[in-house]
Write a protein that binds this ligand. Sequence first.
Ligand code: APR
Length: 241
Amino acid sequence: MGDVRIAVLSGAGISAESGVPTFRDDKTGLWAKYDPYELSSTDGWQNHPERVWAWYLWRHHLVQQVEPNDGHRAVAAWRDYAEVSVITQNVDNLHERAGSNPVHHLHGSLFEFWCDTCGSRYHGQLPDMPEPELEKMPPQCECGGLVRPGIVWFGEQLPDEPWQAAVEAVATSDVLVVVGTSGIVYPAAGLPDVALARGAVVVEVNPEPTPLSANATLTIRESASTALPTLLQQLPELLTN
Ligand code: APR
């Protein structure tokens, strides 16, 4: 299998079993009264930077308290058997902590920060946040600008480098494994169509149906941590059909 090229496109579902809450199921309730759009858009940042900063700083600290699960670890282990490119919509670092490298973050990362005025990367000390807080003033850059999270907000362009790497990986892969994504946010949701158009094998791993299910070569209605550890054994048969 060494010469098989596998691309992985992951979404929030692969991190759900690690306990990473997404907007939709964040039970802390603290932000439940806010429309997720308010917390992840340039409008939200312009109008209430202290609220947006508190939301992302909380998730930055929260992600460090959870662990990668068997789904992340399976994807990392595939590197011993095939050439693997990991593309994720997630902003957590669980793929990296499981051993995958590189990981192409289409929607940014909770672990990157930059100045919203001069754009320079921020490497300074981050304030602690032992308990979720509704508002917290973001750090200031030397230029006087505010430090923002390195997240792609609704309405913003995807960063070019990860997107190009994702298109390249999908355009050259023998198999695309699409795991834990509802497949409704573009342009990421368009990547499986690129693989299908080339005749690559597309495997969907999701307990629920999605718009991709009807066209995928194989749909596995299981969770990531159940399906991914045994998926590699099924590939030779899939590839010869
Ligand atoms: N294993 C696999 N899939 C799972 C699991 C699991 N244990 N649990 C849930 N899922 C599936 C759900 O059925 C759903 O289809 O994961 C998917 C999660 O969908 P979303 O919450 O929409 O997450 P995602 O597709 O990553 O969202 C895309 O939208 O919120 C914005 O920018 C944000 O990157 C995010 C983008």
